[in-house]
Write a protein that binds this ligand. Structure first.
Ligand code: HEM
Length: 310
């Protein structure tokens, strides 16, 4: 789906029954989901009370090196994501859903688009604001996506959370004018792939390049994005990315980076730490986002997750 509304919500002042407010939101989103619209809800760290049976990694997104997190664009009790084939349809679905949620107020809201959105070899691809195609590093089969993103009963998570996923959002502002002053060749050395996904040693996009035969980074620099993200091609990081470009006025554009994983530490956090000091860092600034938990697609998780009031 090429268009998205990403909306963070906080519980409105004075609402005390958190369980029923979450249930109302869950049902409103489930009613929106279907047909030409895909919608889902994810829980922020404060959606569940402290004594709930909580997903073990659900916490407030920390500030990583170089981040300048604006609190008015970060975190939130719930995340509502609505995607669809047209921007007006997605906006309309968002307004309708929000009207059904008087117990929640919007904390921040972004609109995103995936230019040239398409599927090749089972992977969703789109062009990011740096003119590069993104999505090649994702698995090419639904089973591969599930394996990286969906929680099973082996992660030590509460049993209601099995079938769910951790979603990370990062609002990353990109210095596109500054980037566009570099030659395409320089840009490719910063990313570590060509714009069309081909590797710098000429290996096709869907095959593995051999970083081992380039130990000093003569072909693919050691600080290139993909080399930092996945130094060992046999062990790709266990996460699935699906970002949207955003554009808010002339000088604020970038990526609503989004990824899903079953383990936040082995997934996003491990990659983010390896990316520290990458060549691309001077072209980007993370200003917002958050950590969220997408519950499994059956409503009964709500009663299991919230503590019983006796
Ligand atoms: C806004 C900044 C970013 C841009 C412009 C960007 C761009 C790209 C591009 C062009 C690729 C190569 C094509 C592909 O495999 O999809 C890529 C790969 C990748 N990126 Fe990013 N990315 C950004 C941020 C991030 C962040 C924040 C993370 C995670 C912490 C990340 C993780 C990855 C991973 C895991 C790969 C796949 C590497 C592989 O296995 O080949 N990226 N990115």
């Amino acid at each position: 789906m090429p268009y998205a509304q990403v909306i963070s919500l906080d519980l409105a002042a004075g609402v005390e029954e958190r369980r029923s407010a979450v249930r109302t939101a869950y049902r409103a989103v489930a009613a929106t989901d279907g047909g030409k619209i895909a919608a889902w809800l994810a829980l922020g760290e404060n959606a569940l009370p402290p004594d709930a049976d909580r997903p073990q990694h659900l916490k407030q997104m920390p500030s990583f090196a170089g981040d300048v997190l604006d609190p008015s664009q970060s975190h939130g009790d719930l995340l509502l994501q609505i995607t669809g084939a047209s921007s007006p349809a997605v906006k309309k679905a968002a307004e309708q859903t929000l009207r059904a949620l008087p117990q929640w107020r919007v904390r921040w809201r972004m609109e995103g688009v995936r230019p040239e959105n398409r599927t090749e070899d089972g992977r969703g691809l789109a062009r990011n604001p740096f003119h590069f195609n993104e999505g090649y590093g994702n698995p090419g089969t639904p089973a591969g996506v599930t394996e990286r993103a969906t929680i099973t009963d082996t992660e030590g998570e509460p049993s209601w959370a099995v079938g769910g996923s951790y979603q990370v959002i990062r609002i990353i502002r990109l210095a596109t004018e500054f980037w566009d002053r570099d030659t395409e060749h320089e840009q490719e050395r910063i990313i570590g792939r060509r714009r069309d996904g081909q590797w710098l040693d000429g290996t096709p996009s869907t095959e593995r390049p051999s970083f081992a035969t380039d130990p000093h980074g003569k072909i693919t620099p050691l600080d290139a994005h993909v080399r930092r993200a996945t130094p060992d091609r046999r062990n790709p990081p266990p996460l699935v990315r699906r970002g949207y470009n955003y554009h808010r006025g002339d000088d604020d554009q970038g990526l609503i980076f989004s990824c899903f994983q079953r383990d936040l530490m082995k997934g996003f956090e491990a990659v983010q730490k390896r990316l520290e000091g990458e060549a691309m860092a001077r072209y980007m600034l993370t200003t917002g986002g958050g950590y969220f938990f997408v519950p499994p697609p059956k409503e009964h998780w709500i009663d299991a997750a919230f503590p019983k009031r006796t």
